[in-house]
Write a protein that binds this ligand. Structure first.
Ligand code: G1P
Length: 287
């Protein structure tokens, strides 16, 4: 069955970016001139997904507004004949169908995904976490979907991390089927380097079969007292099966301040309208 829907959990408080996130959702903080969440939605659209289920919370309505028409802005640009900006603005409004659901209690990532159960229904779906941006020729989630379509098993995208960093991620362990694909038999949330089953970490790209919902509904709070998606995936791995795919691409951790700065510089250096200017500015600071 085709993957037509994506769930994007966006209910967090964004504590790592306080005080900026006191009244602005962290997903709306821009990298240059696009809010972070737009890059994630573009990844979905680039993978053929158009129904985006946003898991939000109080005070986060501006995320859904961003993907809606802004009559005043569009009308003003039309009147001023600013066709370029008008096209860019309208493109965002037409990009995807946004369905916003509230996660009323902050009970963890697994609980956030479970909140989408009624809307996803009985079909496979993607999950993308908004703090992780992946730059790749083929969208990262598309790469995972292709493995899902080929093997009909849930797939998570993974990348190799340094041993000291295993405690920041969900880490998989299992048997390599080829250079890039692992048949997962264990998954642990944020293990210490000594106990990590491998150095393959999941930076927030998942393609899941709907069976995960029943597992999540029965998953007890784990690490940090939260219902962990990782714990449900570990159970899936021992039942229906779970694959981990070493995706092709570069990932930026925009939930981290240094990662955010890195992404801003890297994205700016890729923009023809900014690259030369940014290079000059950087050279000045570094000399
Ligand atoms: C979450 C997940 C973790 C995953 C990480 C990716 O953790 O629980 O398994 O590896 O996202 O960014 P968080 O960073 O939200 O604590």
């Amino acid at each position: 069955m085709k993957v037509r829907k994506a769930v994007i959990p966006a209910a967090g408080l964004g504590t790592r970016f306080l005080p900026a996130t006191k009244s602005i959702p962290k997903e709306m903080i821009p990298i240059i001139d696009k809010p972070m969440i737009q890059y994630i939605v573009e990844e979905c659209v680039g993978a053929g997904i158009e129904d985006i289920i946003l898991i939000t919370a109080r005070g986060k309505d501006s995320i859904a507004d961003h993907f809606d028409h802004s009559f005043e802005v569009e009308e003003t640009l039309r009147r001023k004949k600013n066709d370029e900006l008008l096209a860019a603005t309208e493109k965002v409004s037409k990009m995807a169908n946004i369905i916003a659901v509230r996660q009323k209690n902050p009970m963890g990532l697994g609980h956030a995904v479970l909140t989408a159960r009624q809307i996803v229904g009985n079909e496979p779906f993607a999950v993308l976490l908004g703090d992780d941006l992946v730059v790749s020729e083929k969208p990262c989630i598309r790469q995972c979907i292709e493995i899902f379509e080929e093997r009909q098993k849930s797939v998570i995208g993974v990348m190799k991390v340094e041993k000291k960093d295993t405690s920041k991620y969900g880490i998989v362990g299992g048997k390599m089927l080829n250079d890039r694909l692992m048949d997962v038999n264990v998954m642990v949330e944020k293990p210490s380097p000594e106990t990590a089953p491998s150095q393959l970490a999941c930076p927030g790209r998942y393609v899941l079969k709907p069976e995960i919902f029943e597992i999540l509904a029965n998953t007890k709070p784990g690490r940090g007292g939260e219902i962990q998606l990782t714990d449900a995936l570990a159970q899936l791995a021992t039942g229906d099966g779970l694959l981990a795919y070493l995706f092709d691409g570069r990932r930026y951790d925009t939930g981290d301040k240094l990662g955010y700065i890195e992404a801003t510089v890297a994205f700016a250096l890729k923009r023809p309208d900014l690259a030369d200017g940014v290079r000059k500015v950087l050279a000045e600071y570094l000399s």
